[in-house]
Design a protein around this ligand. Structure first.
Ligand SMILES: [Zn+2]
Length: 191
């Protein structure tokens, strides 16, 4: 899997689209969450613009980017999707918060007259741009079966397992997968 072309600043790692759906990749724009290695990939307007382009979602034109709005929505999604992936309880007031955000997101959607399909008008601001991501999260949460929603046991990135046998364990074999292999080999050869 190729790394996305985001400016890492002085951070040594890379960002990859491992989630399989936009809401998970959005939450994953924080690497190593809640550890001392934590890194925020959406720390500049340019990175935000590149991320939205990479997941093929429209982003408002113009220089000003409301990064705090992106971060706030991301935190909310992390508070729902991370426990869901870990099989942990999600507080009812967090679900209520998601529900309100999703209701607002739906308001931006219109039925396109010629095609009679749902259509998103070009986003005017960060809230508009976030709408499809919030709806993706809502679909994921309400899908009923969360068997294929996983977290990487190494770095805690979230992903949906689309493999046929449902045995995907790592965010990326080339990163956490190979790190784990090396570690197991080390322990074996020491024993
Ligand atoms: Zn990982």
């Amino acid at each position: 899997m190729d790394a996305l072309d985001l400016d890492p600043g002085d951070y040594g790692g890379t960002y990859k689209l491992v989630g399989g759906r936009p809401s998970l990749d959005f939450v994953n724009t924080i690497s190593w969450p809640e550890t001392e290695r934590e890194h925020d990939w959406l720390s500049s307007p340019e990175n935000a613009r590149r991320w939205f382009a990479a997941v093929a979602l429209p982003f408002p034109r113009g220089k000003a980017v409301d990064l705090p709005a992106l971060h706030k929505a991301r935190l909310l999604l992390a508070r729902v999707l991370r426990p869901l992936a870990h099989g942990e309880h999600i507080p009812a007031n967090t679900i209520a918060e998601l529900s309100r955000a999703v209701a607002r997101a739906y308001q931006g959607r219109v039925i396109d007259p010629p095609s009679l399909a749902w259509h998103w008008p070009a986003p005017q601001n960060a809230a508009d741009a976030l709408a499809p991501i919030l709806l993706d999260a809502a679909e994921l949460v309400t899908a009923g079966d969360h068997e294929r929603l996983r977290f990487c046991p190494s770095c805690d990135w979230l992903f949906e397992d689309h493999t046929r046998n449902g045995q995907r364990r790592w965010c990326d074999m080339a990163d956490c997968g190979s790190r784990d292999k090396a570690r197991r080999y080390y322990h074996r050869s020491k024993a």
